[in-house]
Design a protein around this ligand. Sequence first.
Ligand SMILES: NC(=O)c1ccc[n+]([C@@H]2O[C@H](COP(=O)([O-])OP(=O)(O)OC[C@H]3O[C@@H](n4cnc5c(N)ncnc54)[C@H](OP(=O)(O)O)[C@@H]3O)[C@@H](O)[C@H]2O)c1
Length: 294
Amino acid sequence: MTPGGQQRPAVVVVGASRGIGKAIAEVAARDGAPIVLAARSAEALATVADNIRKAGGEAFTVPLDVLADDAARDLERFLSANSLFCDVLVNSAGYGLRGGATVLPLEEQLGLVDLNIRALAELTLRLLPGMVARRRGGVINLGSVASFTPGPYMALYYASKGFVRSFSEALHEELRRTGVTVTCVAPGPVSTEFLATSGANRVALFKVLPKLESDYVAEKAWRGFKAGRRLVIPGLSAKLTILLATLVPSAIMLPLIGRLQRRSKDPCPCGSGKNFTACCGARGNSRGIPAQGR
Ligand SMILES: NC(=O)c1ccc[n+]([C@@H]2O[C@H](COP(=O)([O-])OP(=O)(O)OC[C@H]3O[C@@H](n4cnc5c(N)ncnc54)[C@H](OP(=O)(O)O)[C@@H]3O)[C@@H](O)[C@H]2O)c1
């Protein structure tokens, strides 16, 4: 509590234990606000908090699984117990899955929807009304270049990022003239653990695209948000990728992305147990339709 008994504005970063969230937390801390770091790994959060404090900033840690019941309420309770309010929310927790939608485990796919869509929407919708009442602050949501096109073989991930961009851009417009900003950040590949955990680093599409550093993305995201931007696309390669995705007709784009994101060793969606290329992908049958009599 401040001497006047008031709560202080904080930047709350969800997904702050590593990657882009950690980098945004570090950039935001340099602007002087207390940073609340949330993710599941308590130890990693403590390390990030130590680094922020060593650099002269103020940091709190909240080990939290945003998929747990009441996670958003727990976060609000933590803020209130520490005489803080959420001035800026950064939604950086997210994961990707690569593989045929009919082959990937259903639970993992639905878990992606819960994290990338439901948790992001809940945190945003719970914390925005307070910001609007105070006429300050806002939300940074991590989208992706993937939000600009459907993505065969990463179907739910691309769709989830499409949701994040659509939701964020609509809120940006709704909140015009309220003093509150909602910014969607849409990077291309960034050198973080995400590329390995999502399986993206094993596919041709992600191999050919240049990788950005998370510090660079964080700097662009934070400055863009502060400037009231609706959409931040860090780096020239991401801008060109998006231009291509919006100009090239879907009839060309979707088979191209599918081809680049599929691996010959992927199990065939038809359930034969063979790999895709040896089974339905053989002899140019790139749509995954089992050839008759095989
Ligand atoms: N890296 C890329 O190439 C790239 C490109 C475009 C967009 N993005 C997007 O940017 C965002 C951040 O990606 P990143 O590259 O920084 O990924 P990352 O390095 O894998 O970090 C993900 C963060 O989310 C946290 N997290 C995951 N599940 C959680 C849960 N249930 N509850 C709370 N926190 C959870 C993780 O911490 P714990 O494991 O400790 O919980 C970690 O801090 C994601 O939304 C991603 O889709 C990434």
